[in-house]
Write a protein that binds this ligand. Structure first.
Ligand SMILES: [Fe+2]
Length: 241
């Protein structure tokens, strides 16, 4: 089985199309979206439509449920709250219902996928450092879990109770070791590299690859300005922050 896995599209259609274009060359069996289809970006409707057309397994992100009203946005940043208010106004009722209907977790015998830390996914806790992974490793059902939310690709490995962070972009899954992969962000990477992020997981080769791909950032910046969204949301795309 070959999986294409991505997260945090954030209304960035150009980045989503670039990733889906890359997926076409990968002979994938299944695509999994780990949430935050909307928020920040200028094309929430078109991104929701793409995901619906794909019919991929999709879990809820905090922005998806924030837009649908399922969770409160009072603890969102100013930029996040403003763009969610805008998003609510421009998406259709059907699209809103789609976001509302997203489940918090996807799991099968190969992997599990949640937007944020595994142990309490509805709380949308961030996983940045080794200490943030400990409860996820204790509670995840299998050996491989994919997350997003931080917009920073990462690999954590738990072996005999010790967790380390791996720096490589290609990871071979070994028996009796648990892995937590952060797929990064399609539409708003924050590691200083302004490329869309995604993962490919080949269960036969037991190989997970963290990938990046370029997209037309200027086109997205222009749309952000045209829609009257905050200038910072355009600038950060170029900076990958
Ligand atoms: Fe996000």
């Amino acid at each position: 089985m070959r999986y294409g896995i991505f997260s945090d599209i954030h209304g960035n259609l150009e980045a989503l199309e670039a990733v889906l274009g890359a997926f076409k060359n990968e002979a994938l069996d299944r695509i999994i979206c780990i949430g935050d289809i909307v928020g920040y970006g200028p094309d929430p409707s078109l991104c929701i439509q793409k995901i619906k057309e794909l019919g991929c397994k999709t879990v809820a992100g905090n922005h998806d449920w924030g837009a649908s009203g399922k969770i409160k946005i009072s603890n969102f940043s100013v930029y996040a709250a403003q763009s969610i208010a805008w998003t609510k106004n421009v998406i259709s009722n059907d699209e809103l219902n789609f976001l509302n209907s997203l489940k918090i977790e996807y799991a099968n015998s190969d992997l599990c996928a949640v937007h944020a830390s595994y142990e309490e996914p509805e709380s949308f806790n961030y996983v940045y450092q080794i200490r943030d992974t400990l409860d996820s490793f204790k509670s995840m059902p299998g050996n491989v879990c994919f997350i997003g939310h931080t917009h920073i690709q990462a690999v954590f490995m738990s072996k005999a109770g010790t967790v380390v962070r791996l720096k490589q972009e290609r990871v071979v899954i070994e028996p009796n070791i648990r892995y937590l992969f952060n797929a990064g962000s399609v539409g708003q990477p924050r590691d200083g590299i302004n490329l869309a992020g995604f993962c490919v997981f080949d269960t036969k080769k037991k190989l997970v690859e963290l990938r990046r791909i370029s997209y037309n950032i200027n086109s997205v910046k222009q749309k952000i300005r045209k829609r009257g969204l905050a200038e910072f949301l355009a600038v950060r795309l170029g900076q990958g922050r």
